[in-house]
Design a protein around this ligand. Sequence first.
Ligand SMILES: Nc1ncnc2c1ncn2[C@@H]1O[C@H](COP(=O)(O)OP(=O)(O)OP(=O)(O)O)[C@@H](O)[C@H]1O
Length: 324
Amino acid sequence: MPSIRLKLETEGGMDDNSELLSARGLRKTYGDRVAVHEVSLALRPGEVLGLLGPNGAGKSTTVGMICGLTVPDAGSVTMADGVSLASDEAGYKRRIGLVPQDIALYEDLPARMNVELFGALYGMAPDVLKRRTDEVLALVGLSDRAKDKPATFSGGMKRRLNIACALVHDPEVILLDEPTAGVDPQSRNAIFDNLEALKAAGKALIYTTHYMEEAERLADRITIIDHGRVVASGTQAQLFALLPAAQTLQVDLGGEPDDALLAGLPGVTRSGQRLEVRVADVARDAGALMAALAQRGLQVRGIATARVTLEDVFLQLTGRALRD
Ligand SMILES: Nc1ncnc2c1ncn2[C@@H]1O[C@H](COP(=O)(O)OP(=O)(O)OP(=O)(O)O)[C@@H](O)[C@H]1O
C-alpha cells in the first residue's frame, strides 16, 4: 500500500494576544547541571496546559520559576496585562495558585484552619476568607471533614486539601505539580473531577505529569519537555500529526488463514485468527484491505484501529519511552 501522511486536524499557531500568561526563555542551572534550557510556554484563559515529561525533565523547576519560588538564571514570566514578578511581585503572586508536588499541610490543625492559614498569607478579609474557605472545601469534597485534621486523612484527601489551600485566594492561574502522585485510582478521579470543575469555572491551569493518560484526559494543549527542553507543543491533534503516517488496523478473521493466502498483502502480521495491518491512511486503505481479504476468500469478523497515544509521540520525538 502506498504510504501517505496520517491526516489529522491541525490548528493555527498561538495568537499572542490571547495569552493569559507567557513564559519566555526560562533557564535554570544547578551547578553544572542545566535543569531547564530556554523553556517558553504560553497559557490561554480558561485552558488546561499539560506539561508532560519523564522524571527529571525539568517540569517542577519550570513551575517553580513560573510561581516565583525558583529564581531563573534567564527568562521571564508575564501576565497578559504586563504584570510580572519583576514589576509587582505581590500582585503577580496573588494571581497564581500553586499545588506543590510535595503535600504542604499542617497535619495537626483542622482542615479548615489549613485553608484559612493560606488565605491569611494573602491578607484576605475575614468574611471573604470564611466564604472562600467554605467554597473551596466544597469544591474538593471535604466540607464534611472541615473540622478533622489532615493527620487522619487518606493520601487522596490530603491531596484534595492541598488543592483547596492553593485556591482559597481565587487565583486566575493554578499550577498543579503532579497532583495525583501516590493516590489511588478513585482519588485520582475525584481530583480530575475537581480540576474539570475549575476549568468549567473559567480558571487556567498548568498541570505537570509524567502520565500521558492524564495529559490526554485533561489538557487542551500539551507542552512536552525532556532534558529541560521543550520538544513539542500543541493540541493533541497537532502532536499526533508529528507521527509518521501509519496506523494499525486489527482484523479478526473467522478462522486461522493459510499464510500463503496472506502473501502479497503488505504490512500484515498474523497472530492466530487476528491480523495486524499497518496502513498509511485508515479511511482510504481499510476498504482496499477488506476487498483484498474478500478476494482471497477470507471472512472478516471484526475490524478495529489501534489508537495512537502521546507515548507514541514522545517515543517519536526522543527515541525513548516516557517512563524509561
Ligand atoms: N534544588 C536542586 N538542586 C540540584 N538539582 C536540582 C534541584 N532541583 C532540580 N534539580 C535537577 O534538575 C533536573 C530537573 O528536575 P525537576 O524536578 O524540575 O524535574 P521534573 O520533571 O519535575 O521531575 P519529577 O517528575 O521527578 O519531579 C533534575 O536533574 C534534578 O535533579
